[in-house]
Ligand binder design. Structure first.
Ligand code: SAH
Length: 282
């Protein structure tokens, strides 16, 4: 079922999903099992508004990709040249189902009750992890979905680094590999500095641990212990926590192994759960 969220008097966002919230109001929509992956802070509403205008004005294609990054920079979501560069280099259009609006700031359903996150969420997570995505570093992407963010990580750490994506839906992992093969990250996949695997991401991926950066693309009720264990001292994890009300948490592991955490923003992600529960519609 489709629902509409009023963004501003002139712009309406069509959203798939049954629940989203703003700091002030709570809405419940229809019966669809798709969750939104949206941050509807006032700031984000301005950003979404801008992207909707952008799509009307500039359409799709490589100019759409460029304006997407320009808008993310203009609204302060992207402040780093490396993040801007990677989001321009890796074409988001290759990772979305055919016919989707690749450069509009909205999550898009990718099947199996999952979504590719909105560009501003990808940009936010890349910004938060940038220091831990330096050339030669190691990163784990839990709930890798389309493989877009995993590919961004791989381009940032380069051929000397190591990036692992894990998703529990085999079909999504197959598609993510095909997506990467079509992209500028293909050589990293071929050389083995990037790999995508089927598995329960709550267990992390021990083979290449410890990781400088861990990103979790689905909301957990609590931080899975294996992910904390696989985070390198000095490393950083970005993870959405919560059920209906979710917050994007930034977890830093100090050199002595102690943990420091802060909340970045309110978010809405699909749950980090079992495959059966996800395929059954949660
Ligand atoms: N970050 C990705 C996908 C986000 S959707 C992108 O932007 O393209 C969340 C993803 O988490 C889905 O692909 C879903 O299949 C996956 N997921 C949920 N629970 C999981 C688990 N326990 N282990 C691995 N993947 C999981």
């Amino acid at each position: 079922m489709r629902a509409q969220v009023l963004i501003c008097p002139t712009i309406t966002l069509r959203a798939y999903g049954h629940l989203c919230h703003t700091p002030r109001r709570l809405y419940r929509y229809g019966s669809s099992s798709q969750f939104l992956n949206l941050n509807l802070s006032c700031f984000s509403r301005r950003l979404l508004t801008s992207f909707f205008h952008m799509e009307f004005q500039s359409g799709a294609g490589s100019s759409g990709k460029k304006s997407m990054v320009e808008n993310l920079k203009r609204y302060g979501v992207i402040s780093s040249k490396r993040v801007a560069q990677v989001m321009e280099d890796l074409d988001r259009g290759l990772f979305l189902p055919a016919g989707s609006s690749a450069y509009v700031d909205t999550p898009v359903p990718i099947g199996y009750n999952a979504t590719i996150s909105a560009p501003h969420m990808h940009a936010t997570c890349l910004q938060l992890l940038e220091d831990k995505l330096q050339p030669g570093m190691r990163a784990l992407d839990v709930g890798s979905g389309t493989g877009y963010l995993t590919g961004c990580f791989a381009l940032m750490v380069g051929a000397e680094g190591r990036v692992v994506g894990v998703d529990h839906i085999p079909e999504l992992v197959d598609t993510s590999i095909k997506n990467i093969e079509k992209s500028v990250a293909a050589s990293l996949l071929k050389k083995g500095s990037l790999s995508l695997h089927v598995g329960d991401g709550r267990k992390g991926w021990q083979e290449f641990a410890p990781y400088d950066a861990i990103h979790v693309g689905a909301a957990a009720s609590e931080i899975p212990q294996p992910l904390l264990d696989q985070l390198k001292p000095g490393g950083r994890m970005v993870i959405p926590l919560g059920t209906y009300f979710q917050e994007l948490k930034v977890i830093d592991k100090n050199e002595d192994g102690s943990i420091k955490a802060h909340t970045e923003t309110s978010v809405r992600y699909v749950p980090l759960t079992s495959r059966d529960e996800q395929l059954g519609g949660f």
